[in-house]
Design a protein around this ligand. Structure first.
Ligand code: BEZ
Length: 212
């Protein structure tokens, strides 16, 4: 059955460019991003993995470990990784899973037969430290993902997991957030000492709360 938000992310063991891994062991207590690409030695995928490598510090700051996956074999991944490093001026050191027998692709429903019978689509899962799925996005082969958007969602997920707030459309780190609808304005004023701006009784903003 297809996975949904809130489901436990299935564990697996896999061969990768960084050796054999157990997914849960690799993640430890970190957040995780598991993303599939259709095939090695293809242009859009080359830029996506390059961008991910270039954002290494951003993922590390957020305590996020990344893994890529496609159904190509390990030797192909290793050769292609050299091309990614050369053309994107980066150093890919996150695991690229060699999912030749489609175990991971099947577990995570990454092959959409009406789009392509054999290759994985561009699926991306954000997994929380509790191993549940926090975000799922699916892009077609022709469209590279926006990894700044992925970081933005991780920022929102991490903030909203700690405080009773949500983030508005196009929110970016540092901008005001929305007070949870279950909190009365009276309680919100106590809970959010930086202040609460009431636009409507159901639409109230507060500056990003300090770390707990
Ligand atoms: C690409 O990464 O460029 C790509 C992969 C599969 C189909 C189309 C494009």
């Amino acid at each position: 059955m297809a996975l949904r938000l809130g489901d436990v992310a299935p564990n697996f063991k896999a061969q990768t460019t960084e050796g054999e891994i157990d997914f849960y062991e690799y993640l430890g207590n970190s957040w995780g991003i598991l993303f599939s690409h259709p095939a090695d030695y293809t242009p859009v995928c080359t830029t996506e993995l390059g961008r991910t490598a270039l954002l290494k510090e951003e993922f590390a700051k957020r305590n996020v470990k990344v893994l890529a996956v496609s159904v190509d074999p390990l030797d192909k991944h290793l050769g292609w990784r050299n091309d990614i490093n050369e053309t994107q001026n980066c150093h890919v050191d996150f695991p690229i899973i060699a999912d030749e027998n489609r175990e991971v692709a099947t577990l995570y429903d990454m092959i959409h037969p009406n789009a392509n019978a054999t290759q994985t689509v561009r699926s991306l899962f954000v997994i929380g430290p509790d191993k549940t799925i926090k975000l799922m996005i699916t892009y077609p082969a022709s469209t590279g993902r926006n990894f700044f958007e992925v970081l933005r969602v991780v920022d929102s997920l991490q903030l909203t997991s700690k405080h009773s707030v949500s983030t508005p459309a196009d929110w970016k780190q540092g901008e005001d957030v929305i007070v949870g609808t279950t909190i009365s304005t009276e309680d919100a004023l106590k809970k959010f000492p930086k202040g609460v701006k009431v636009v409507k009784p159901y639409l109230r903003y507060t500056p990003v709360p300090d770390e707990k």
